[in-house]
Design a protein around this ligand. Structure first.
Ligand SMILES: Nc1ncnc2c1ncn2[C@@H]1O[C@H](COP(=O)(O)OP(=O)(O)OP(=O)(O)O)[C@@H](O)[C@H]1O
Length: 216
């Protein structure tokens, strides 16, 4: 299977504590995997390493078969990766929901009408059209998570890296997200503690345990 992401022999230390010892892992083209593990074992940190928010002490990261080492390398893949952080409070770049969702589409060159139409479509898909003109920081945690997911999905990235995507969501919204993710033919890494959600999404589950990533 061709790969969208490869980690090779990753060693990573946080404040002198070894968090990952020797992680080697390939994410296949359109493969969906979940990562589980105890609180504090490093799941969120692993996603941050993949998107370049942290750098490994040793080892290599390849995106689409190209070694990525610094900001410039990552810049090339900005539109190819959709990263949802666990805490979305600092995710947003605009005041209102519609402005935030339209923002990256406008940066990509869509005109105002095109960006607005696409943004409305995704808000409808996630059942949050009623939030269109709301101020983001006044929304609940679950609502903010849905808006952040909308901002990611509207850009149609090749790889989705989602850290606790259902955290703070009610049952209805969780089902909706599950259906949407299941309908997408994309490479995905989902970090979650939510077993039912995971098994309904993928059979490929890795556990981060004792500084290693092991398929279970
Ligand atoms: N900004 C930070 N400064 C110092 N240590 C940090 C920071 N962020 C995370 N850590 C530490 O790094 C380790 C891994 O944290 P990480 O958030 O990656 O774990 P996790 O597996 O995602 O946890 P959880 O399941 O609770 O979300 C933890 O020991 C945590 O305390």
């Amino acid at each position: 299977m061709s790969c969208t992401l490869n980690l090779k022999n990753i060693l990573y230390k946080k404040d002198d504590k070894v968090l990952f010892e020797d992680i080697t892992f390939d994410l296949g083209h359109k493969e969906k995997i979940a990562i589980v593990g105890a609180n504090g074992c490093g799941k969120s940190t692993l996603l941050k390493l993949i998107v370049g928010l942290e750098r490994p002490n040793k080892g290599e990261i390849y995106l689409f078969h190209n070694l990525v080492k610094d900001k410039n390398d990552y810049e090339k893949y900005r539109n190819d990766i959709g990263y949802l952080p666990q805490d979305v409070s600092s995710f947003f770049l605009s005041i209102t929901v519609i402005e935030d969702i339209m923002f990256s589409l406008r940066v990509k060159g869509l005109n105002k009408d095109e960006a607005y139409t696409k943004s409305i479509e995704i808000l409808k898909k996630l059942d949050i059209l009623h939030l269109e003109n709301r101020v983001i920081f006044e929304l609940s945690g679950g609502e903010q998570k849905l808006v952040a997911l909308s901002s990611i999905l509207v850009n149609d990235p090749t790889i989705l890296l989602l850290d606790e995507p259902t955290n703070a969501l009610d049952e209805e919204s969780e089902k909706k997200i599950l259906n949407i993710l299941n309908s997408l033919n994309k490479s995905m890494i989902i970090v979650s503690h939510h077993k039912t959600f995971i098994v309904n999404l993928t059979n490929t589950i890795y556990k981060l345990d004792n500084k290693l990533l092991i398929k279970i």
